[in-house]
Ligand binder design. Structure first.
Ligand SMILES: [Zn+2]
Length: 184
């Protein structure tokens, strides 16, 4: 099954693989809806991503960018690195404006696209892991705040320092010291 995504901050695939900080560096973000990025699972050579024009029934040999050398180094962006260019030029014939925007998104986000491609292949869901950590931190902070709110508030006994006890602070009336039991 191909995995489609758009290079945008809130895209679920982008959010799965890139951290918040990385997603904040997406520039320019993909606009419009005339094409998608695509990953193929399975027996892929290298870490490529594909360009899938909308409303075009091509199912194989999509336009493709390779992002890394065989030993894993990120390649520099180059439009020459694209293969099966015929799909966007003729078979699906993307408009000039769409193509120009696609190249700008690919070039501007090349390192992020190379990294997301590598993480997709490796199942390295760094964005999802970070989201889980942030959610756990938020839950822990909320639990700590709830515990603090639920804990009784006390003040020292008015007989201090003779009495080391504490008195629960109540809204109305008096409360006993927990040591000398004097209501106050
Ligand atoms: Zn006391």
């Amino acid at each position: 099954m191909p995995t489609l995504f758009k290079m945008q901050l809130a895209d679920p695939i982008v959010a799965r693989y890139l951290t918040l900080g990385e997603r904040g560096r997406i520039q320019p973000a993909q606009a419009g809806d005339s094409w998608d990025f695509e990953f193929h699972g399975g027996h892929e050579t290298g870490t490529p991503f594909y360009i899938r024009p909308r409303n075009c029934g091509v199912s194989r040999n999509l336009t493709k960018f390779d992002t890394r050398t065989r030993d894993g180094a990120v390649l520099n962006y180059s439009a020459d690195r694209m293969v099966n260019q015929d799909v966007i030029e003729r078979t699906c014939k993307m408009g000039a404006g769409d193509k120009a925007h696609m190249y700008a998104v690919v070039q501007g986000n090349w390192n992020l696209l190379a990294e997301i491609s590598r993480r997709f292949r490796d199942g390295d869901r760094q964005g999802e892991v970070e989201q889980a950590q942030l959610a756990a931190q938020a839950a822990a902070a909320a639990a700590a705040a709830a515990a603090a709110a639920a804990a009784p508030q006390t003040r020292p006994c008015r007989n201090a320092p003779a009495c080391p006890g504490n008195v629960r602070i109540v809204r109305q009336g008096l409360a006993p010291c927990d040591t000398c039991y004097q209501y106050q």
